[in-house]
Design a protein around this ligand. Structure first.
Ligand code: FE2
Length: 386
């Protein structure tokens, strides 16, 4: 049955090709702006990934004016303010982000502050931004966060120990350049953790209370591709065809959850990131099987579809049995990938769990989670994941 109402937006143009970075200037110059501010991080500069983008812009009419490589793993508001100030000083008029979720989200927030001015806190929350921003080209180097097509930027406010969300379709990048070659150098653990992040986006979008048919189609396709290819790419990391499939699956999952939202895995992972600086994809990997098991009674029919997308043999199985098979298959996948499976392995303390549960209850992800949860239930879930 179709929902009574739904809305699906994908404001970002998406271009895909192997080695597309080498020609990225041709697409970037179609946007307005001629003075580019690149937002990235130091390891990507050191690995030569950013240079590939700079080289690709060489022959275009867009000049690279500044490379801002200060983005930390969990970006913060101080970095955003510094970036916006430099972009103004240098007279930049177009933003190019190169990296995983942190540089892309940082570029979104820098663009916001650069264009609309005022104080970053003026723009916090959902739907506050109603004016167009300077053009932003996102070039992901992980597969991934999906941030190259989503409408949100998540940035930590270290003084408040909180992850702040800025959310509006205005924050969606104008152009996403998908080049599998840029993801080849990712370390194995990051390939695994970001791949699971993308899987969580697709699963949470598919079971969300805000689910809708167009997002469903992208989410299910993404689940099938990640299920088929994530372990293969771990075993064969320089295989561009596998890298490409993971990258497009991640973008599809991003488009799905930008419209259908995420759930309790993300609510809890955001709490772990805000309080204990746990890597986002790693936190998701630890939490996913626990949240799936918790949600199963209220989402069994959707988990049945997920089990089918994962190519599990569900013939003759009930929705609950097939859902349980999907949860167990994913639990095994995460173990096989060598990712941590307990919060105690990634710096979370037992005493911190009540605070994490309280934080998760305030996160937007709880709103779309298919099973309504009390704070004590989330605390119990986090204890099971500890
Ligand atoms: Fe995520």
């Amino acid at each position: 049955m179709l929902p009574e109402f739904f809305e699906f937006q994908l404001p970002t143009k998406i271009n895909y090709a192997n080695h597309l970075a080498a020609e990225c200037g041709m697409e970037i110059e179609k946007l307005t702006g001629s003075r580019a501010f690149i937002v990235t991080d130091a390891p990507l500069v050191a690995a030569g990934v950013v240079q590939k983008v700079i080289d690709g812009m060489q022959a275009s009419s867009v000049e690279v004016v500044h490379v801002f490589d200060e983005t930390p793993a969990n970006s913060d508001t101080e970095v955003v303010c510094r970036g916006a100030e430099i972009a103004r000083e240098k007279g930049c008029d177009i933003f190019v982000s190169v990296g995983g979720g942190s540089p892309i989200d940082t570029a979104k927030a820098i663009d916001l502050l650069f264009t609309l001015e005022g104080d970053l806190s003026d723009w916090e929350g959902v739907g506050v931004i109603d004016q167009p921003l300077a053009p932003h080209v996102a070039i992901p180097t992980t597969a991934g966060t999906g941030s190259e097509v989503t409408f949100a930027a998540l940035v930590k406010d270290r003084s408040r120990n909180e992850k702040i969300i800025y959310q509006s379709p205005r924050l969606a990048p104008d152009l996403a350049i998908l080049d599998p070659d840029l993801t080849v150098g990712m370390p194995g653990w990051l390939t695994a953790a970001t791949g699971i992040d993308a899987l969580v986006h697709a699963i949470e979008a598919y079971v969300s209370n805000e689910r809708q048919p167009l997002a469903d189609a992208m989410a299910l396709w993404s689940i099938a591709q990640i299920g088929k290819n994530l372990e293969r790419v771990m075993a064969d990391p320089s295989n561009l065809a596998l890298r490409g499939m993971m990258l497009v699956a991640s973008t599809a999952a991003g488009a799905a959850f930008a419209n259908a939202l995420v759930g309790a895995v993300h609510a809890c992972a955001h709490a772990c990131g805000a309080h204990f600086d746990v890597h986002h994809g790693t936190a998701n990997a630890i939490l996913l099987p626990h949240v799936m098991a918790f949600n199963l009674p209220d989402a069994a029919d959707r988990y049945f579809d997920i089990a089918r997308a994962l190519d599990l043999n569900v013939s003759g199985k009930s929705h609950e049995e097939a859902g349980t098979m999907a949860v167990e298959w994913i639990r095994r996948l995460i173990k096989n990938l060598g990712l941590p499976t307990r919060l105690s392995e990634v710096g979370v303390t037992k005493q911190g769990i009540p605070e994490l549960a309280a934080y998760a209850m305030t996160d937007g992800g709880m709103f779309a989670n298919p099973r309504e949860a009390e704070e004590q239930e989330i605390e119990a879930l986090l204890n099971r994941a500890f």
